[in-house]
Design a protein. Structure first.
Lengths: 346, 393
């Protein structure tokens, strides 16, 4: 038991922090959100940053062995901290899913090709909001019976603006008459594991966002002088930020544990992913909103950086599904599954 | 990062669990010297008090994770380890700054689990501002004369020593005029007066010091150097170190587990088990998430401090979150079960024989004792976030 970053963890974190700091400044994020549906390029996506990220061999780090998900989680945290406009979580999840199903040749994830996954059960005929659906060529979906690959070209995709400023698009899905690439328990299991990956990586992403939003607020509270003192010297401000620190570190640790439990195939992996996702969906938006609040009216202006975080933290939290749904699923894991020893790690 | 439990740790937990099982049920009763000494000696024999003496030097017998396991298992079996906790801060501090004589006379008795040390920090007018202590120690030849009053000197009525913070130089700045002493509780001039508290424990006392004369050998650290001694002891207190008796999470987790079991059987107004009620599930789920956060923050603080040293400000994250969660857990459980959960032990119709009613009352001190939640937030703001020092001079 050692909850500190290992030297290997630190290498990954440092390398990707440097990469995103250099390649993904906030004005890139701003440029990507200024696009409207119908403009060239996609809201929330920068293709040259994405190509650079793929060129680094990022997805080859996911060797689909023990270290895969925790390493991707560390990278997602850094991507979240800089609001990097790349479909890291989507592509990582779908790659792992098709690898599990030995379906690599059915879904193109070579080079910088973007494929995605729909992280909830779809109807056989459905119109769904697809993450990275603006530019993904294929989406992997599960209808409760089988896993299918859907081509964007046949889905009448329609990009939409959204709170997260993410490259979301509506796709129209028609599975009637289509052959699944996997069915039965094999499909169900693969989809369940994909959901664990999705929740875990998004929790990391949100932890990164919360952490950076808090850092912005702390920096502001040190320098902004009101009534003769830096506002950070007032307990009303300092204590709010101290609570944010507790939430941020708690979220980070829950995300790590979820990644670890999945990587080592613990029976508790589903539960840990639901705990991390529930807490992420609850607290990341709160931490970011507190950070905006500490900036006062300036935080509410478009030119402030903190507002970029406050909007996205809530928008990305929604990508986890509704909080009641997460809690309902967690209730099943806690009370109805026989996996009955949460918290105390004995 | 590594979240795994080693098989040695699992085996250790098993042993400790078996050990505490035989002392179960003694937790809520009057803390008598006999009970504590029996338990203390038995724990010392098995290395469970956390320290031992080897050639006069204090050595840890537990790493931090093992100390946490001891604490968790004690909570699980309802065994109160309060009496060991204060001992450990004092022992570790004495090992660093104590005189040879203090190390020879006091440390072996602590290591054998046969004495108890009460902490004399806070006073009627000072609360969390410990360094504002007004109890005076004035040099008088080879002796010191101590006058004043301490509040919440937990366990003083059954303790052998008092670890006493005094003011030796009233004219110096607050932190620069303090000196620490350790003196036997039966020193003439000390009066211990029980202080009734709403948890029903007989732990809390006020202690009065009326021209108490102690030799200079009772002094710990330099004259006017009490701040450094205090900081060291408090770092051991907040940041853990291998100190059993302080599972920050254990109480809340055991209560949650017990509440879930009750909710399987207790029927709601619709005649179905409460655990089938989505509103009840939602609230229990929320508590489970909170407890998980507490547990990881505590383990992180253990990882931060190495195997036996203090972990400093990171411990404040764990302390703040787990104590506030402990209160939330009992408040919520009482909400869920209603009337029956509000009946004390021994009352007809009480849920789990009053377990939650007692827990609720006890939890009310959780955000006050051991450094209030506000103090923890100050520490986090100043030491972890680097915010400017709050308006203090």
């Amino acid at each position: 038991m050692d909850l500190l970053a290992s030297p290997d963890d630190r290498l990954v974190t440092d390398a990707y922090r440097a990469f995103f700091e250099r390649k993904a400044p906030l004005n890139l994020t701003r440029d990507c959100e200024a696009r409207r549906p119908g403009d060239p390029g996609h809201i929330g996506f920068d293709d040259s940053l994405w190509e650079a990220l793929c060129d680094l061999g990022t997805f080859e780090l996911d060797r689909h062995d023990d270290a895969g998900l925790p390493v991707l989680g560390l990278i997602a945290e850094e991507a979240g901290a800089t609001l990097a406009p790349v479909p890291l979580v989507e592509v990582a999840t779908v790659r792992r899913l098709v690898t599990r199903l030995d379906a690599e040749d059915l879904v193109d994830t070579t080079g910088a090709a973007v494929a995605t996954v729909v992280p909830r059960v779809v109807d056989r005929r459905d119109r769904v909001l697809v993450d990275a659906g603006s530019m993904a060529l294929q989406a992997v979906v599960y209808d409760g019976h089988g896993v299918h690959v859907v081509d964007r070209a046949r889905a009448a995709s329609q990009p939409v603006d959204n709170l997260a400023k993410a490259p979301l698009a509506y796709w129209t899905i028609e599975l009637e008459g289509e052959r699944p690439i996997a069915a039965g328990e094999r499909a169900a299991r693969a989809f369940r594991e994909a959901l664990v990956d999705w929740r875990t990586l998004l929790s990391h992403l949100l932890a990164g966002m919360a952490s950076r939003a808090l850092a912005l607020a702390v920096e502001y509270a040190k320098t902004r002088v009101v009534y003769g003192s830096p506002i950070g010297a007032y307990q009303a401000i300092a204590h709010r930020l101290a609570d944010s620190k507790v939430m941020t570190e708690g979220l980070r640790l829950l995300a790590y544990e979820a990644a670890w439990a999945a990587a080592y195939e613990r029976p508790s992996a589903v539960r840990h992913s639901l705990v991390a996702a529930s807490y992420a969906a609850e607290v990341a938006p709160v931490v970011a909103a507190h950070a905006l609040h500490v900036h006062g009216g300036l935080g509410f202006t478009v030119e402030s950086d903190v507002q970029l975080y406050a909007r996205r933290a809530k928008g990305w939290a929604l990508r986890l599904g509704s909080l009641p749904d997460l809690h309902r699923a967690l209730g099943v894991a806690l009370f109805d599954s026989g996996d009955s020893a949460p918290t105390a790690r004995g | 990062m590594d979240f795994s439990n080693s098989s040695e740790d699992a085996r250790f937990r098993e042993e400790v669990s078996t050990f505490f099982k035989q002392f179960t049920g003694d937790g809520g009763s009057l803390p008598t010297r006999e009970r504590e000494q029996t338990l203390g000696r038995a724990m010392a024999e098995r290395g469970l008090v956390g320290v031992r003496l080897v050639d006069g030097a204090l050595e840890p017998t537990l790493d931090k994770l093992q100390a946490l396991i001891v604490a968790e298992e004690a909570v699980r079996w309802g065994v109160d380890l309060n009496f060991i906790t204060g001992n450990m801060f004092v022992a570790k501090t004495l090992a660093v700054v104590g005189t040879e004589d203090q190390k020879l006379t006091i440390l072996p008795r602590i290591a054998r689990g046969e004495v108890r040390v009460a902490l004399g920090y806070t006073e009627p007018d000072t609360g969390s501002d410990i360094a504002a202590a007004r109890t005076t120690a004035i040099r008088d030849g080879d002796e010191w004369r101590i006058n004043g009053q301490k509040m919440f000197t937990s366990g003083a009525a059954v303790s052998d020593y008092i670890w006493l913070l005094t003011r030796t130089s009233p004219d110096k700045p607050k932190w620069a005029g303090l000196t620490m002493f350790i003196l036997p509780t039966d020193t003439p001039g000390i009066t211990v007066q029980p202080l009734e508290t709403i948890d029903g424990e007989r732990e809390a006392t006020m202690t009065f010091y009326d021209d108490v004369r102690v030799p200079d050998s009772a002094r710990v650290g330099e004259v006017d150097g009490g701040a450094a001694v205090l900081r060291l002891a408090m770092d051991f207190e907040h940041g853990g170190g291998a100190v059993p008796g302080r599972s920050l999470v254990g109480t809340a987790h055991e209560a949650w587990r017990s509440a879930v079991e009750q909710a399987r059987n207790v029927l709601g107004a619709d005649g179905r088990p409460l655990l089938d009620d989505p509103m009840v599930r939602e609230r229990l789920v929320t508590l489970a998430i909170r407890n998980d956060v507490s547990a990881l923050l505590e383990l992180w603080s253990i990882s931060t401090g190495g195997s036996s040293g203090p972990s400093g400000a990171v411990g404040s994250l764990a302390k703040l979150h787990s104590r506030e969660t402990q209160q939330l857990v009992f408040e919520t459980i009482l909400d869920i079960f209603g009337d029956a959960a509000g009946l004390p032990p021994g009352v007809e119709g009480g849920l789990a024989d009053g377990e939650f009613e007692v827990g609720f009352r006890r939890s009310m001190v959780a955000t006050i004792s051991g450094g209030s939640s506000e103090i923890q937030r100050n520490i986090i703001a100043e030491r972890l976030l680097g915010l400017p020092r709050m308006g203090r001079k």
